[in-house]
Design a protein around this ligand. Structure first.
Ligand SMILES: *[C@@H]1O[C@H](CO)[C@@H](O)[C@H](O)[C@H]1NC(C)=O
Ligand SMILES: *[C@@H]1O[C@H](CO)[C@@H](O)[C@H](O)[C@H]1NC(C)=O
Length: 346
């Protein structure tokens, strides 16, 4: 610490100046560190492949043999022509308002250009008969629902993710990427598609990385994963389930590693475990929000690819902000402010 003390003494003519100087320097350093930190993680994640095995060989029979429940509903010709990005939104039957909000906003974008996206909802079977028939009507009216035959419950979320992946690989092979997300997430589909268009590598697993989450073996815990599925003390790094990208090639490799069930409830952790087994390292992308909410502000919605914890009303507001005339300039460090202050204020 000596050289630092010496440098500080140079500034310290009076005691008060010393402490204000110290404050100034340390806050500048802090600001510098914070502003680089999102990108620091991006850099770090580039080193992850060193710790991963080589991608596994593909066997064509595996996809057909995973014992997943059969599909009940799906849009027949949704993927002709295929989009660049297939967005699969895990939704609950009772969240009709959230699905409608997405349909009216970012989910409405689909064009047959090379940067297009298509948004579909993935659901299972609700307990109540009236909810079941409402869902059938909704599927007929909108043609954007994938439903498989299992009980719709929180504990079955992983099954929804796997169902979506299998559907994509069977019925939407022409898409290049899929985005797994939830019905309370705002997606800047245009910005995300433009970003993905430049990604040419075949195996991609991108999102906001949870680096070092302790493994839970208590079945009561939300993050419980059985010993048979994963024996380590900490889960491998995984992209947060609020929104992550898998190229279709990567999804194929992951599904090959999926066992025959039962599957753990936490779908994002499980995806990370599958990716580790398949030899596909996640890549951190700072513009994904992860589980946190971001600042409710037009620059934030414009900069970020995903924003978590958005209500149906917030969805509409965010969409309006994104489509505002003018106001396309956003200050430097926007990303930092959106993320840091978002989690403090909301
Ligand atoms: C869906 O699963 C239930 C039992 O879980 C079964 O009775 C029903 O026949 C299945 N439906 C279809 C269409 O597979
Ligand atoms: C998950 O779905 C299966 C198949 O429908 C069902 O048997 C099981 O009870 C569900 N699990 C939970 C926790 O709801």
């Amino acid at each position: 610490m000596r050289p630092i003390g010496f440098c500080l003494r140079l500034f310290c003519i009076h005691r008060w100046r010393c402490s204000s100087m110290f404050l100034l320097i340390s806050s500048l350093l802090l600001l510098l560190f914070l502003s680089l930190s999102p990108y620091l993680e991006e850099c770090l994640s580039r080193a992850l492949p060193i710790f991963y095995p080589n991608p596994s060989q593909l066997s064509s029979s595996r996809l057909a043999s995973i014992p997943l429940p059969p599909f009940l509903l799906f849009p027949a010709n949704a993927c002709s022509p295929p989009p660049l990005l297939l967005v699969l939104v895990s939704s609950a039957p009772s969240h009709r308002d959230r699905r409608d909000a997405i349909r009216k906003t970012w989910g409405s974008l689909f064009s047959a250009t090379s940067s297009s996206s298509l948004t579909l909802f993935v659901l299972a079977v609700p307990d109540k008969a009236e909810e079941r028939s409402a869902l059938v009507h909704e599927a007929v009216a909108h043609g954007d629902i994938i439903q498989a035959n299992f009980t719709d419950s929180y504990r079955n979320l992983t099954l929804k993710t796997l169902t979506g992946m299998v559907w994509a690989l069977k019925k939407c092979q022409g898409a290049r990427f899929l985005l797994k997300t939830d019905d309370d997430v705002f997606i800047n589909t245009l910005a995300l598609s433009a970003f993905l268009k430049e990604k040419h590598q075949e195996l991609q697993y991108l999102g906001w990385i949870n680096w070092y989450v302790r493994a839970f073996w208590d079945p009561e815990k939300r993050h419980y994963v059985s010993h048979e599925l994963y024996a380590g003390d900490h889960y491998p790094p995984y992209c947060d389930g609020a929104g992550y990208i898998l190229s279709l090639g990567a999804a194929r490799h992951l599904l090959q590693e999926a066992g025959n069930g039962p599957w753990p409830a936490v779908e994002d952790v499980y995806t990370g475990i599958l990716a580790k087994a398949a030899g596909i390292a996640p890549r951190h992308v700072a513009k994904f929000s992860g589980a946190k909410s971001i600042l409710h502000n037009s620059c934030c919605y414009r900069t970020m690819f995903t924003s978590h914890q958005i209500t149906p009303r917030g969805m509409q507001e965010a969409w309006n902000m994104l489509n505002e005339e003018g106001g396309h300039w956003c200050p430097p460090l926007t990303l930092l402010f959106c993320k840091t202050f978002g989690s403090l204020w909301i």
